[in-house]
Write a protein that binds this ligand. Structure first.
Ligand code: ZN
Length: 158
C-alpha cells in the first residue's frame, strides 16, 4: 500500500508531509528513517518516534536496507534520548494499530516517576490526552528537539 503524497490516507504519512505544522518537531530525515518528537501537547519531554520514511507496516515488511539499518537507528536514537533527558531507560513501543506505518515510540523513563512505570505510561498518555494531567512544557520540547537534531547530525543512521 502506498499513500499518495497529495492526500495521504495514513496519519503518519500526513504528519511527515506537513512541514508547516510538524516540521519544528522533526529531528532527522534520511533515506530510510525519520525521527520526530511527539506532537504537542506531548505526554513527556523527549517522547520520540523512530519512523520508516517509507509507508510500511513494520519489520516483517522491511526491505533489506531497512532491516540492516533498524538496529543502528534504534541504538542511536535511544542513546540520544537517554543522554539528552538523563532518563534511566528508554522504552520502545510499536503497535502499528493507529496507523499501518512503523513509528516506534521511544519513551524516556525515569525511575523516580512511578506514574510512567511500564504499562502505567499508557494511563499517563491518556490522562494528558484528556487534559487531566499537564502536558510537557513546549519550550522544553523545543530545546530537546534542537539537541536531538544536533546529536543525530553525526549519527550513523540512514
Ligand atoms: Zn504512511
Amino acid at each position: 500500500m502506498t499513500a499518495s503524497p497529495a492526500a495521504p490516507a495514513c496519519d503518519i504519512c500526513r504528519i511527515h508531509g506537513d512541514a508547516a505544522r510538524y516540521g519544528d518537531l522533526e529531528c532527522h530525515r534520511g533515506a530510510h528513517w525519520l525521527v520526530r518528537h511527539h506532537p504537542l501537547p506531548s505526554p513527556l519531554v523527549g517522547w520520540t518516534f523512530l519512523c520508516t520514511v517509507r509507508h510500511v507496516q513494520g519489520p516483517a515488511d522491511f526491505t533489506d536496507a531497512e532491516a540492516d539499518g533498524f538496529g543502528r537507528a534504534m541504538r542511536a536514537v535511544s542513546a540520544a534520548v537517554r543522554s539528552i533527558t538523563g532518563c534511566d531507560r528508554v522504552y520502545a513501543i510499536a503497535f502499528g494499530q493507529g496507523a499501518p506505518h512503523l513509528h516506534v515510540h521511544l519513551v524516556p523513563r525515569f525511575d523516580a516517576e512511578g506514574g510512567t512505570r511500564a504499562w502505567n505510561v499508557a494511563d499517563w498518555y491518556r490522562a494528558v490526552e484528556r487534559g487531566e494531567r499537564p502536558a510537557a512544557d513546549p519550550t522544553a520540547v523545543a530545546d530537546f528537539v534542537r539537541r536531538l537534531r544536533s546529536t543525530l547530525a553525526s549519527a550513523p543512521i540512514g
